[in-house]
Design a protein around this ligand. Structure first.
Ligand code: ADP
Ligand code: ZN
Length: 491
C-alpha cells in the first residue's frame, strides 16, 4: 500500500508541473478554474454567524460508488467504515481506532465528496465546516467554536466532522504567519482529538491542497495520522467520472465519453462534472432532445478557455496576426517536436481574457524524461519565440506572460526537485526551501530557460514555412483542428 501511494504521489506532483494542456495566450486560466472551485467554499464559512453554529446533514445520499476513480483513497478508508459501523469490534480486539484522516490533493478532485460518501455509507451524521470559520481576531472565539463543534459531534455520534481547508487553522506554527489566536485554535483542536474516547465514534476528516504546509503536531499519531492522497484523475478515472455525471442525462449515441476522457488530461472531477453540466445547458438552449458531440465540444472549450467573445470589433488586424503567430508557434512545437496531440488551435478571444489558445493533450505517462520536460518548456516558449521571429525583438507582446510563468515553474521544479541540473546536482528541496530570491536557483533557472529559448528560436526558424502555413490558416479560419494541422505540417 505504501508503495502504491508513493507512485501516485510522484505522478501527481508531476502532473501539476507539466500540466501544460492549454497554452493560452493571456490569462491564468488555471487560476480562474481554481478560484471557481473555491468560490463554493465560502459557503461553509458563511454558516458562521455564531448563532448559526454547525449545520449537520442527516441521511447523506452520497455513496462510494458516486466517487469515480480514487480507488486507492476509497480502499484506504474502508476500515473507517467498519469502525463507524461496529466500534465494539475494534474495542474488543484492542485495536487502535482511527481518529483523523487528511485528504490532500488539488481542488475539485472529490475530497469533500469522499468525506460525504463516508457518512452516506455508514449512516453517520455529516458535520461540514471550513478552517476559515475558526479564524477570528477576537480572543478565544476560534477555540470556543472548535469546542462547540466537537460537543455537537459528541451529541450526534456516530458522526463525521469534515473540516475543509484545514490549513487555515493547521498551518505550521512558528513560521511567523499565524497569530497567537490561530495557535490557540489549533491547540484546542488537538486537545479535542486527544480527548476522544474510542467509543465516542467520531471521525474527523480534513481536506487540504497542501499537506506539506500543515503543522507536524496535527499529523502525529492519534491525531490526523492517516494521510490519503486524492490526485487528479488518470484516463480511466476520467472516463468513470464522466460516466457518473452522464448517468441521468440524455446522451446521444455519437458521444464517446472515452474520447472526451482522452481530451481532458489534467482536469479534475469538478471540471469534468462542469463539462457535462454545461453540455446539457447548450443542448437545452438549442432545443435538442439529446446532448450531441457539438455540445460537449463547446462545453470543453468553455471550461478550458471561457466562452467565445461575441464582440470582436475592437481587435485590430495586427493584434490578430500576432495572436495567430503566437498560437502557431505553440502548435508547431507541440506537434512537430513533442509529437503531442493538438485537437484545437483558436484565435477567437474568450471571455476569460485569452486572445487565443492552443489545446495540447500531452502523452500521459507516469514519468517524463528530462528531454521531454525540456521539450515541453520549449512548447510553452514557442509562442513568444514565434512572435520574435516574425515581428522582431522590439515588438514582442505581454501575451506570453502566462506561458513564461509556467515555463519558469517547470524549470524550477526540474532543477530543485528532480535533481536534473548539473549546477545544483542531485537535490530535492521542500517547497518552502525554494525561492527565486536564492541567487543560485535564479541564475540556474535563467540559464536553462535562455538555453531552451534559443533552441526554440532555431527550431521555429528551421520550420518557418510550416509556421507561416499554420498562422495563415488561422487568420483565414480562426480555428483549426487536428486534421487541418496534420495536413499543414505534412505539406
Ligand atoms: P474537493 O473537495 O476536492 O475540492 P469536491 O469533492 O468538492 O472537490 O468536488 C466537486 C465536485 O466535482 C463534486 O461534487 C462532484 O460533482 C465532482 N467530482 C469531483 N471528483 C469526483 C469523482 N472522483 N467522481 C465523481 N465526481 C467527482
Ligand atoms: Zn502562449
Amino acid at each position: 500500500m505504501e508503495n502504491k501511494i508513493k507512485i501516485v504521489e510522484t505522478s501527481n506532483i508531476f502532473s501539476k508541473i507539466i500540466g501544460a494542456i492549454v497554452v493560452a495566450a493571456i490569462v491564468l486560466i488555471v487560476l480562474k478554474l481554481v478560484n471557481g472551485v473555491q468560490g463554493k467554499r465560502a459557503f461553509s464559512a458563511e454558516l458562521g454567524g455564531d448563532s448559526a453554529e454547525f449545520e449537520e446533514s442527516k441521511d447523506v445520499k452520497v455513496r462510494f460508488s458516486d466517487v469515480a476513480g480514487s480507488e486507492e483513497a476509497k480502499e484506504n478508508m474502508k476500515d473507517i467504515i467498519e469502525f463507524l459501523k461496529e466500534p465494539e469490534k475494534f474495542e474488543s480486539f484492542g485495536a487502535k481506532t482511527p481518529k483523523g484522516v487528511i485528504l490532500y490533493g488539488p481542488p475539485g478532485t472529490g475530497k469533500t465528496l469522499l468525506a460525504k460518501a463516508l457518512a452516506g455509507e455508514t449512516g453517520a451524521e455529516f458535520i461540514p465546516t471550513s478552517g476559515s470559520y475558526f479564524v477570528e481576531k477576537y480572543v478565544g472565539v476560534g477555540a470556543s467554536r472548535v469546542r462547540k463543534l466537537f460537543n455537537k459531534a459528541r451529541k450526534k455520534s456516530p458522526a463525521i466532522i469534515f473540516i475543509d481547508e484545514i490549513d487555515a487553522i493547521g498551518g505550521k506554527r512558528g513560521d511567523g504567519q499565524g497569530t497567537s489566536e490561530d495557535a490557540k485554535t489549533l491547540n484546542q483542536l488537538l486537545v479535542e482529538m486527544d480527548g476522544f474516547k474510542d467509543k465516542e465514534n467520531i471521525i474527523v476528516v480534513a481536506a487540504t491542497n497542501r499537506l506539506d504546509m500543515l503543522d507536524d503536531a496535527l499529523l502525529r499519531a492519534g491525531r490526523f495520522d492517516r494521510h490519503v492522497m486524492v490526485g487528479l484523475p488518470d484516463l480511466n478515472a476520467r472516463f468513470e467520472i464522466l460516466k457518473v455525471h452522464a448517468k441521468n442525462k440524455p446522451l446521444s449515441e455519437e458521444v464517446d465519453l472515452f474520447q472526451v476522457a482522452k481530451q481532458t488530461v489534467y482536469m479534475s472531477g469538478a471540471d469534468l462534472s462542469n463539462i457535462m453540466n454545461e453540455a446539457s445547458i447548450y443542448a437545452i438552449k438549442e432545443n435538442c432532445s439529446e446532448i450531441m458531440l457539438s455540445h460537449i465540444d463547446k462545453a470543453m472549450n468553455k471550461i478550458i478557455a471561457g466562452d467565445e467573445k461575441k464582440d470582436r470589433s475592437n481587435i485590430s488586424d495586427m493584434e490578430k496576426k500576432i495572436t495567430a503567430y503566437h498560437e502557431a508557434g505553440h502548435a508547431l512545437i507541440a506537434k512537430l517536436l513533442n509529437k503531442e496531440s493538438v485537437p484545437k488551435v483558436s484565435i477567437i478571444p474568450t471571455t476569460k481574457g485569452a486572445a487565443g489558445y492552443t489545446i495540447i493533450n500531452p502523452n500521459e505517462k507516469m514519468f517524463q524524461t528530462k528531454k521531454e520536460i525540456l521539450n515541453r518548456v520549449s512548447g510553452l516558449l514557442g509562442g513568444r519565440a514565434s512572435e520574435e521571429i516574425i515581428f522582431g525583438k522590439e515588438n514582442i507582446t505581454g501575451g506570453a506572460a502566462n506561458d513564461l510563468q509556467r515555463a519558469t515553474r517547470m524549470v524550477v521544479t526540474l532543477i530543485t526537485k528532480y535533481g536534473m541540473s548539473e549546477k545544483l546536482g542531485l537535490v530535492c528541496f521542500d517547497d518552502r526551501e525554494i525561492s527565486l530570491e536564492n541567487q543560485i536557483i535564479l541564475e540556474e533557472t535563467k540559464r536553462v530557460l535562455d538555453k531552451i529559448y534559443s533552441t526554440t528560436l532555431n527550431y521555429i526558424l528551421k520550420n518557418k514555412d510550416k509556421l507561416n502555413l499554420i498562422a495563415e490558416k488561422l487568420l483565414e479560419n480562426e480555428i483549426i483542428d487536428e486534421q487541418d494541422l496534420d495536413a499543414l505540417i505534412a505539406s
